[in-house]
Ligand binder design. Sequence first.
Ligand code: NAD
Length: 265
Amino acid sequence: MRIGVLGCAGRMGRSLVRQIASTPGCVLAAVCDRPDFPGIGGDAGVLADLEPLGVTVAEGPAAVFAACEAVIDFTSPLVTAGHVALAVAHRCALVLGTTGLSGDVEAVLAEAGSRIAIVAAPNMSLGVNLLAGLVKRVAQTLESSFDIEVLEMHHRAKVDAPSGTALALGRAAAAGRGVAFEDAAVRVRDGHTGARRPGEIGFAVLRGGDVVGDHVVMFAGDGERIELAHRASNRDIYARGAVTAALWTRGRPPGLYGMADVLGL
Ligand code: NAD
């Protein structure tokens, strides 16, 4: 399968290039990064610490969509809508890992899902998607007197907060409890907040060092606390999930899918 990577110079982009190069059935067909990236015209393999792959870093995404059956996008939410439009124009499947998407961009994705196959997930690892299923089940099982809090930590360069994964875990908890996530979520606490309101789903965010991604969902009751946690030590888990998703789109009808669909969870 001919697969492309947008943002090939990024932390995830380089991991994706290595993953595609080592996965049977995949061919790295085209890659790009931002037009002002100094490595435009260089070799994607060299950029990813591999031997040269003979794939040149293009300066724009159009050439990537034109050359591929599926394109993997881990770049910036500011350019997601443009990438979705190109995917639709080229009838190309899209695997979207970028986080921090606005409501407007989510609406664009939902619309495009009626025309092409899109897999969008704020976390493409098997472990986190399993965790989301467990969180939903625990929230379903426990009485609502258990307070739900989501704690996440990421490296110092991460630009959005709470992480897309933390929000997805909060949504899984809300779904398990049968409540509207937006009504229950408390994303920030500061100053004299008053006591915790019953039913809140709270978030706490830590940033520092080179932490790839830690998430803990706590169910805090009277006299006991249950914690479900996932700790990523390597970005390859996300790249592996994204490449699995790209292969899964082949022959798939149009739709906006998640990793639970890809992994059959
Ligand atoms: P990064 O900053 O290391 O890489 C982003 C890359 O995208 C950079 O090389 C940048 O130059 C490039 N880029 C930006 N705008 C572009 C454009 N218009 N066209 C082409 N390339 C462009 O960031 P990262 O750590 O690799 O993360 C990227 C995104 O993926 C973030 O939103 C992050 O939260 C998300 N992420 C998702 C998962 C997941 O499993 N879904 C896992 C890790 C990171």
